[in-house]
Design a protein around this ligand. Structure first.
Ligand code: ATP
Length: 289
């Protein structure tokens, strides 16, 4: 594998896992969304490190896929939550896009359909969990049940408050079945969110991304931060910790998620599955063919 220049990695003063892991009780409102926790380099170096990670990331994902093909039960799940305009789509393109799409199961969670509403809120999530060998990517997730549902008052408080414990139990269950979970919360500042919405209005090529409801979401920025605060505090567990990623600098958010995903795939510790046939005998047969 091509070596990454050591000086690039040295720009991590603190490992991203340590710099970004949510410590329950920390004030989310006080987070500097323009910061680059743990990283002392500039944008150019951060972007270069992401590019440099591509080969290892692809290699680890292929090992995971091979493991699944050989009857293994491990999988990985990247949960992307974030305030509106925080760049979830860019993470999927620039980070998840580094690996073979054939091994990725991507799923976005929008407003539940009629069919989905007829079931419990975890039904559609269970159906979307990655199969063994796959990297699942959730663009929004089961956590919306304590975010938009809370902020928009879609359920009474005693109902959505009951979901925290359910979310924890659910993630414990899927981690117990062999899924490495990486939960990322991307946080943009209110000013940056407004600027990104304004840009969508300025640029005809971005109008398709704009929805008049985005202004109402922006007005409720503070309510969302409060909802994220409690979600982070109540659903950060050893099996499924939250990583809170400042996202005003898109390059930093992409760098951080690259490193978090890489760490999770490394943590699976997968080698290449051994051949279930006699390699030497096959070589001889092929040579004689
Ligand atoms: P994104 O901003 O994630 O790119 P989008 O604007 O393209 O998304 P969709 O992905 O179709 O739109 O839907 C996202 C919307 O679905 C968000 O407004 C979100 O609040 C809403 N949503 C997601 N989960 C739920 C839920 N459980 N209940 C109600 N609304 C939900």
């Amino acid at each position: 594998m091509a070596a990454i220049p050591e000086e690039l990695e040295q720009h991590w003063d603190t490992a991203p896992q340590d710099a970004l892991r949510w410590v329950p009780g920390t004030s989310l409102a006080a987070l500097d969304c323009d910061a680059a926790p743990g990283w002392s380099g500039r944008k150019t170096e951060g972007t270069a490190l992401v590019a440099g990670r591509a080969e290892e990331l692809a290699d680890l994902q292929e090992r995971l896929f091979a493991h699944g093909r050989s009857g293994g039960d491990r999988s990985a799940l990247l949960v992307l939550q974030g305030l509106d305009t925080s760049g979830k789509g860019g993470i999927v393109r620039h980070v998840v896009g580094l690996v073979d799409p054939q091994g990725v199961e991507h799923r976005g969670f929008g407003v539940p359909t009629e069919e989905e509403r007829a079931h419990g809120y975890l039904w559609r999530v269970r159906n979307a969990l990655p199969r063994p060998g796959y990297l699942g990517v959730f663009d929004r997730s089961h956590h919306e049940q304590v975010l938009v549902v809370r902020v928009d008052g879609l359920e009474p408080e005693d109902e959505w408050r009951g979901h925290y414990d359910e979310l924890v139990a659910f993630e414990k269950e899927i981690a117990g079945r062999g899924t490495a979970i990486v939960k990322v919360a991307l946080m943009v500042s209110a000013a940056e969110q407004k600027a990104r919405l304004a840009e969508r209005l300025e640029r005809p090529d971005k109008h398709w991304k704009y929805n008049p409801g985005d202004v109402d979401v922006h007005r409720r920025y503070g309510d969302y931060v409060a909802a994220y605060q409690e979600m982070l505090d109540r659903t950060s567990t050893p099996e499924a910790p939250w990583y809170v990623v400042p996202a005003d600098k898109k390059w930093y958010a992409r760098l951080a998620v690259t490193e978090l995903l890489l760490g999770a795939l490394r943590g699976l510790g997968l080698g290449w599955p051994p051949a279930d046939f006699d390699v030497e005998a096959e070589k001889a047969r092929l040579a004689a063919a």
